[in-house]
Design a protein around this ligand. Structure first.
Ligand code: DON
Length: 304
């Protein structure tokens, strides 16, 4: 397997030069554009890796699947989806336009920024610190990694540049979608995006979902129903307005982040974490997508 992973990294490295590293924060712009790595964790605990699998990056929008799990655990499915839809938006991840023009009056889904900010506002806790601590602890639990933390510089950059996110959050407050404090919801969102990990970290997250929400020690953390919701929304909305094409090309529930990560679930088999910070125009890792397509074809992983 490791030989195959090395071969596919070499083959797909070429695409890193065609993408662009996220540069809305100077700290993100420092990423090595040519990096490409992969880490696989099987349900049985076997690990395979190649390339830049241990380079640190911020998980960014991959955190949206984690906050969604916790928000559903905290509030129940009915409440969460009374505030956020389940439909692909067909728009970029940071688009604001459908918030007002659609008759739904709620974000299309929890994977776009507007939906994720609404979800962040639903996490329970005494105050912002407590709410984010719960989210970070939950992330550590399901990735089976006690050493995770946020990258403070990136968090500050998110907070300093997140004007569109702030606009959406205040709009959501005006519509009654956000019930609590807007600034608190925004800060939790900025912090969750700034959690730092590696391809290994997101492969563990994917493996947790591949194992239907059960940890390596057999402990069930989320119900089969919640695991199913997350995996389905990853297929339909996880790669934003590329989700349809990605489903055809790769055929696996996946969630990307502008830090260059893609978290890909092979249900019942394995979790895959990919890192390649050069992004395509939709904000997804360009070489990472090609790498996953090749891997899916080589190992016949497509679930459809
Ligand atoms: O809200 C933002 O702009 C970023 N912190 C996260 C967005 C993100 O990762 C979108 N994914 N591709």
């Amino acid at each position: 397997m490791e030989e195959l992973l090395k071969k596919l990294i070499e083959k797909n490295k070429i695409y890193t030069s065609e993408g662009t590293v996220a540069n809305y924060i100077p700290e993100l712009d420092k990423a090595n554009k040519n990096a490409l790595g992969i880490f696989i964790t099987t349900i049985d605990g076997e690990e395979f890796y190649a390339g830049d699998y241990d380079t640190k990056f911020t998980i960014q929008s991959i955190s949206k699947i984690i906050s969604l799990m916790l928000a559903i655990l905290d509030n129940g499915e009915d409440y969460v989806f009374s505030k956020v839809g389940m439909e692909p938006s067909g728009d970029p991840f940071n688009s604001i336009r459908k918030l007002e023009t659609s008759s739904r009056k709620k974000p299309y889904n929890p994977m776009i920024n507007a939906g994720a900010i609404a979800v962040a506002s639903m996490i329970k806790g005494k105050n912002e610190h407590d709410k984010f601590s719960r989210l970070l602890d939950f992330t550590k639990l399901i990735t089976e990694n006690n050493f995770l933390d946020l990258n403070y510089k990136i968090y500050c950059g998110e907070a300093e540049t997140g004007f569109k996110n702030a606009a959406m959050a205040y709009f959501l407050k005006g519509e009654g979608i956000i019930e609590g404090d807007v600034k608190e919801a925004l800060n939790i969102y900025f912090k969750q995006c700034s959690i730092e990990g590696t391809a290994q970290t997101i492969s563990k997250l994917a493996k947790f979902l591949a194992n239907d929400g059960v940890l390596t020690n057999g402990e069930r953390i989320i119900s089969t129903r919640i695991a199913k919701i997350i995996k389905t929304l990853m297929v339909t909305c996880g790669m934003y307005d590329s989700s349809g094409e990605f489903a055809v090309r790769v055929g696996l529930p996946s969630k990307s982040g502008v830090g260059g990560g893609i978290c890909t679930v092979v249900p019942g088999k394995m979790g895959i974490g990919v890192f390649g910070p050069a992004l395509d125009k939709k904000g997804n890792s360009l070489a990472g997508g090609h790498l996953l397509e090749d891997l899916s074809n080589e190992l016949n992983l497509n679930i459809f």
